[in-house]
Design a protein around this ligand. Structure first.
Ligand SMILES: [Zn+2]
Ligand SMILES: [Zn+2]
Length: 286
């Protein structure tokens, strides 16, 4: 008798309770507003345009694409293709995600992801930008922080939100663990985890009658939906995390679509006021 006092029936009941609880605990709930690419098949390929200007960023983007393609059951396969944006502006290209890096200035943000939405939920195009003004500084210039941010910004354009924003590590790049300072050498949270793939499976469990994905040749750029270097072009602040590092902005466009932007603020940007709209604070070189 290994476990005295526990009868098999009791163990069975206990196991049943644990099994009943398990789905509630592990259920993924980090869809970004229900936003998703419209597509007519379960499995689909998203063209991700590589506008990166350095070998280093290209390496990190390749790694992110490999990581997001690493699950056998994922509905979304990333296909890295040549970039079709002007490198710094990172204008949108219909049916694709464009990824860019540039010295966007000491404006407070480290990474930015925007998606254009039609019909309330369908993503038609997206961009992800990495701010080299900060990534060239000692604080942020390490492979783990770069990998974490590019993995996250690209995946926002899949329709994924954060698993957490409080700075704890869920060992997913969709969290706000900071791979800086004492954690600069840690590769925690630099890749997607099972929870992220579970969420993608939920987001894309239905099929649509149309597609917003680019045809083989790629789509034409949709006018009037881009955000610019001016943070006011992001629209209205609709959500911000308690620690101030994560904000979401929304803008209604004249063509009836909506542009939604996720902003990943630097540590320095939130030091004075966590609850402020950081666009209206003055930022300078840390
Ligand atoms: Zn749909
Ligand atoms: Zn984010």
């Amino acid at each position: 008798m290994l476990i005295t006092g526990y009868r098999p029936q009791r163990l069975a009941v206990l196991l049943g309770v644990l099994l009943a609880l398990a789905p509630a605990v592990s259920e993924a709930t980090h869809s970004w507003g229900g936003y998703h690419w419209a597509r007519t098949t379960y499995s689909f390929t998203l063209k991700v345009g590589n506008n990166m200007t350095s070998v280093d960023w290209i390496t990190h983007l390749n790694q992110a694409a490999n990581d997001w393609n690493s699950s056998a059951s994922t509905p979304l396969l990333v296909s890295l293709v040549g970039g079709r944006s002007s490198k710094r502006t990172c204008s949108m290209v219909a049916g694709t995600t464009q990824v860019c890096n540039g010295k966007y200035g000491y404006n407070g943000w480290l990474g930015l992801a925007s998606i254009n939405i039609t019909g309330g939920v369908h993503i038609t195009q997206g961009t992800a930008k990495m701010n080299d003004s900060y990534f060239n500084l000692k604080t942020y210039n390490n492979p783990n922080e770069r990998q974490h941010v590019v993995c996250q910004e690209v995946a926002h354009t899949f329709g994924l939100d954060h698993q957490s924003t409080d700075g704890s590590s869920q060992n997913s790049c969709m969290d706000y663990f900071s791979n800086t300072g004492v954690n600069a050498g840690s590769d925690q949270s630099t890749r997607p985890n099972d929870h992220d793939f579970e969420e993608l499976g939920i987001i894309y469990s239905h099929q649509d009658s149309t597609t917003t994905l680019a045809a083989a040749s790629g789509g034409a750029s949709a006018a009037g939906v881009d955000i610019s270097d001016d943070p006011l072009s992001w629209g209205t602040l609709v959500r911000q995390s308690a620690n101030g590092r994560s904000s979401t902005y929304e803008r209604e466009n004249s063509n009836g679509s909506k542009t939604v932007t996720h902003v990943y603020w630097t540590q320095e940007a939130v030091q004075r006021c966590r609850s402020c709209d950081h666009r209206f604070e003055s930022h300078s070189q840390p």
